[in-house]
Design a protein around this ligand. Structure first.
Ligand SMILES: O=C1O[C@H](COP(=O)(O)O)[C@@H](O)[C@H](O)[C@H]1O
Length: 258
């Protein structure tokens, strides 16, 4: 563990959701460039919900080195990959079906294990171990970039307020069968994995999230799930939000620069 305290979060507000799409793509490309130059690959974890639609700025962009991407899901619903609730399906519809990414670089659930959530989450954890091959060395994987969303109820990934999984310190991937938001059966990254990433970006839009965003950013002591995302130094947390979501937030904004 680093002895340095976490960096302060950087909050950037854009006029509306559409205005986030291109800056987010530029941000992802910068992270990709740094990672590929350093290690020859780019490890990224994606959320579902409203996030996949925000990734469309990458479509048709010649600077994306799709063959260098290794994609994981921050959380996934225990459903077949072609089910309407699947985060993978949503990312496929908005992004992966439109770009030349090798299918082997997208790490999905083993759907033969949908009936056993423990097996399902263990198998997904093994995919991470295989990719990062450092469980003993560094203890937790260090993603180049993790993209998160936040529900109006203040959940992120599949980490819900008051749930016992908020206290998980050991496992990389956990499962739950009592998600308050349907569908109930899911697997999710745990905080140690999220908090060891080099960069974490929340993308949050819409006035229905304004109250919760202000709680999370202005009152972090309340310990709501997104407030527990504090990447270990030198990791950096960003919030890309629109003005509607940020309407009640006191936390200082930073102008977007790449
Ligand atoms: O259930 C989920 O919800 C969160 C937030 O979704 P949003 O539609 O409010 O952005 C999402 O980040 C997560 O991946 C998903 O499984």
């Amino acid at each position: 563990m680093s002895r340095q305290p976490p960096n302060a979060a950087i909050l950037v507000s854009f006029p509306n959701a559409d205005a986030i799409v291109d800056p987010l793509a530029s941000f992802i490309l910068k992270a990709q460039k740094e990672a590929v130059e350093k290690k020859g690959r780019f490890t990224i974890a994606l959320s579902g919900g409203s996030l996949p639609k925000m990734l469309t700025g990458l479509v048709g962009n010649p600077a994306v080195k799709w063959d260098k991407w290794q994609v994981f899901y921050v959380d996934e619903r225990a459903v077949p990959l072609d089910h309407a609730d699947s985060n993978h399906l949503s990312c496929t519809n908005y992004l992966f079906s439109k770009v030349p990414i090798p299918q082997d670089n997208i790490h999905t659930l083993d759907t033969t294990l949908l009936n056993d959530l423990e097996e399902l989450s263990d198998a997904y954890e093994k995919l991470l171990i295989r990719e990062f091959a450092q469980k003993d060395a560094a203890r937790f994987p260090v993603f180049d970039l993790i993209l998160l969303g936040m529900g109006p109820d203040g959940h992120t990934a599949s980490l819900f307020h008051g749930h016992e999984l908020l206290a998980e310190e050991d496992r990389w991937i956990a499962c739950l069968e009592d998600s308050p938001k349907p569908p109930p059966k899911r697997i999710t990254f745990t905080y140690p994995v999220i908090n060891h990433a080099a960069r974490v970006v929340f993308v949050v839009t819409g006035k229905e999230k304004a109250e919760m965003l202000s709680q999370v950013l202005d009152n972090p002591e309340a310990g709501l799930p997104p407030s527990r995302v504090k990447p270990v130094f030198p990791g950096q947390l960003y919030w890309f939000v629109d003005d509607a979501a940020a309407a009640a937030v006191q936390y200082a904004r930073t102008p977007f620069k790449i």
